[in-house]
Design a protein around this ligand. Sequence first.
Ligand SMILES: NC(=O)c1ccc[n+]([C@@H]2O[C@H](COP(=O)([O-])OP(=O)(O)OC[C@H]3O[C@@H](n4cnc5c(N)ncnc54)[C@H](OP(=O)(O)O)[C@@H]3O)[C@@H](O)[C@H]2O)c1
Length: 326
Amino acid sequence: MKALVCTAFGPLEDLRVQEVGPPRLGEGEVRIQVHACGINFPDILLAQGKYQVRPPLPFFPGGEVAGTISEVGAGVGGLTIGQRVMATLFWGGLAEEAVVPARVIVPVPDPMDMLCAAVFQGGHTTSYHALRQRAALRSGETLLVLGAAGGVGMAAMQIGRAMGARVIGVVGSAAKAAALREEGFGELIDLGQEDLREAVRRLTDGAGVDVVFDPVGGELFGQACRTARRNGRILIVGFASGQIGQYATNLALLKENALIGVNYQGFFTHERGAVDRNFAELMELFARGAVRPRIDRVFTLDRAVEALAAVASRSVIGKVVVRIRD
Ligand SMILES: NC(=O)c1ccc[n+]([C@@H]2O[C@H](COP(=O)([O-])OP(=O)(O)OC[C@H]3O[C@@H](n4cnc5c(N)ncnc54)[C@H](OP(=O)(O)O)[C@@H]3O)[C@@H](O)[C@H]2O)c1
């Protein structure tokens, strides 16, 4: 089979598409003929050796796939050959075949196509968990989303709106603001044009926001924390800026604010019942068109490095996907 192979941690340009042997199927695992692989920020960090886990070399990047089951390992129940499924994994997705633990497999619902399924989980499941369980976002509250044109951020915009919140999106360019306007979002802050705190003051008549959703970190995190009103909740989702944000804890005391971590992997591992309920609720939102990943660009497996480079370049609006077979 063909796969994008990482033989040494380093620049993305060193990754090569090669013929390799298929991965071995173990107990409790299924083999998937991969139709498409969604690209996420951690895929880049993994290939560069900058992620908190380091795969044994060589490995194939790619952490989110959709495909059909072609083989079922010993001890696996309830999954059948030919079934359309999606899965998140740490790596191994940018390949014609992937072997995945059965416990992370989710059936692809009928109305969803394979490209959409390949990019759905990375953004939407994380953002749903963040807003539903971690922030307990309520209808009528104001939600400020940083990195709002990114994979996770755009999902948070859609889910926040579907939950009845007033959503304000923060982006770094006019092109990203225009794309979000096309998605029907009217309240946007373009950091190329405006200061974050002043813009939030203007939009909220000085009141501030109830929930901050932050997948960016760095300096922006510190600014965003100051836009939270009394009883505000600040969701720490990621560090796309490459920097961990700093927080003055006196703010938490003065404004009775809460800093809340979001770790979808941990949630998935420890609260499977809630994971499944969230997914069912998300599918209802998908069925009525309230949530839908925006696919910015589609690449072939031969051009998978370009797909990773696109995400690394901060130019993507929504998601990038690699189509591996039709
Ligand atoms: N906690 C969890 O469970 C969980 C789950 C999934 C993902 N994450 C994390 O969430 C973060 C975002 O993931 P994503 O898939 O949404 O990434 P993405 O699609 O690349 O979006 C990240 C956004 O961050 C903004 N950004 C600001 N400074 C940046 C910089 N220096 N480099 C790149 N982007 C920058 C960009 O928006 P502008 O250009 O508009 O500023 C970009 O749209 C990542 O750190 C990821 O690891 C966490």
